[in-house]
Design a protein around this ligand. Sequence first.
Ligand code: IVH
Length: 670
Amino acid sequence: MATRTQKDVQKRLDELREEVNHHLYRYHVLDEPEVSDAEYDRLYDELTSLEEEHPDLITPDSPTQRVGAPPSERFQKVEHLTPMGSLEKVTDDESLFKWAEDVRKRLDSDEPVAYVIEPKIDGLAVSLTYEDGLLTRGATRGDGIQGEDVTVNLKTIKAIPLRMQGDGPPAVLEVRGEVYLPLSGFRELNERIAELGQKLAPNPRNAAAGSLRQKDSSITASRPLSIWVYGLGAHEGLQLSSHWEELEWLREHGFRTNPFAERLESIEEVAKRCRDWERGRTELDYEIDGIVIKVDSLEQQAILGALHSRPRWARAFKWAPMTAQTKLLKIAIRVGRTGALNPWAMLEPVQVGGVTVSKATLHNEEDINRKDIREGDVVIIQRAGDVIPQIVGPAGPHAKGTKPFRMPKKCPLCGANIVKPKGEAMHRCPNRACPSRGLETLINWVQGPADIEGVGEQLMRRLWELELVRSLPDLYRLSKEQLLELDGFQEKSASNAIDAIEHSKRTPFSRVLLGLNIPDVGWVTAQNLARHFGSGDRLAQASQEEIQDVEGIGPERAEAIAEWFSDKDNLRLVEELKGLGLRFEAGPEERPVEGPLTGSTYVITGTLEGFSRDEARKGLEAKGARVADSVSKKTTGVIAGESPGSKLAKAEQLGVAVLDEAALKGLLRG
Ligand code: IVH
């Protein structure tokens, strides 16, 4: 190959840098990549090798310069050109309207006031200084006057342009923004930390701060940090008249501005959007702790000024935090209706996101030990949306004398030896006569398949303890008089409960099948069985081979189902329920719905944050999709929540699409 002239090399370097920068921008700022990772890697590799051959031609804004600086001993203190202030907060409509009133009074004019609202990112404020368009310094906020110089680390964040886009850049410009770690990155980071047996990061903000203050920038580079840019500090020569124009200007010059920023004409609209966001915040892949509200006009901002470096033209509408620390008092065990041992955490009551929390779910022994939590520890708990709180991990070192958690060897209810079937994460009580199964079957029935209004877990527990209801038929024999003897029941409430129980006799056949607690019969199998056999009698008479003809049922499951229907006690139960008026005939509602998802099959695995699995299943079915229990080549997609099991691995192995919760929401929206 002919050696290239210096000019050719320079030309190729320029081309490669431009292309690599373009793709970094598409990927990290716009979130719209144009090329595959492999194609990007090819360009990047060519650029690094060419630079290795010509080290004299390396420029500070070359994309290869994002990592590579030697680890620094400590961070230099640097002074911001203009101070980085902070925000006064409002916590409700009343204080928000009071602020708006104050703004109006101070402006003392009839001119309307428009506002810009932006998510308040729970990360770490930084200031980026650009000189003639080149990033020359990046610093943390520090005390607002002086911060720490973390330039080398900030350069590893690919959403931060090393050189801003556009011609004629200002001589000096400070860009302000919030560096953050996406929730997905936070979870992955903690998984990696857990594998190394180190202390987990308590929340994404701490993890982002820790990542940015690494002495070795290659560690920062390995963390998927990103940035939302929200304003300007010192700037020279820009002709802008509103904050909204500032944001547009930043976007046009290659900076990542938050797409949820909105310009609103009235404080009433602002209040409404703040309420919307309190619910909507959990749909984002990053944590926000409020909404920032800014008076849009820069002229009005100047009139309003600041008090103790808190601008009078802005407020943070803050919500109660969604994470909290509390003591893990005990890890208790509940034996489910299938015999699975479900551990759960008893917590010292604590306020999280405005709700008192005293319980949290724990999935299984592995989950508890992976999270490294022990009875007696102070733990971090997190609430997302309206779902049951989760324990993130310990808040600090273990308390003295604590021991790692072990599942009991014997069932806490019946004393049978606990088993852990191979390949399963759950421990089980193998005793079919274990009392827990009876009570849990009842609780499951009233909350799940029959969904009886006003009859919930608490009532079922009381009825069980008083030995008034020990089986499903007992529930349908319960009288108003019996309920009236219980504390808290009056004529009306007792009548309502009895009516609701009576009404639940209309529960469709497939749901009745589900409520019977037949081994391995979930929602999907129950529906397929109902559709295939059409009645309880035909199902009860079916042979194992005939059951195996049903879609999705293999030999083992067919055997277990046939066995269940050959058991005398079970047949008596079916007869009794039938006699009491429950449905054992398939109705028209058991037929699948026609909809936009007709013809597709989904499998749900892991824990979803915003829905129960049942809700997700119902939502998909309402759109015409089929929801299956196991993954096959025919599966359209696997919806994977947190801690997905072997189904996810199977999907990956078969090349079946894997969807996250956001994609599920998209499907449900249609
Ligand atoms: S504007 C004068 N906009 O909130 C300060 N701040 O207490 C103007 N923050 O330290 C700040 N998202 O780290 C602004 N969209 C946003 C923000 C935001 C997060 C943080 C920032 C600042 C703190 C204010």
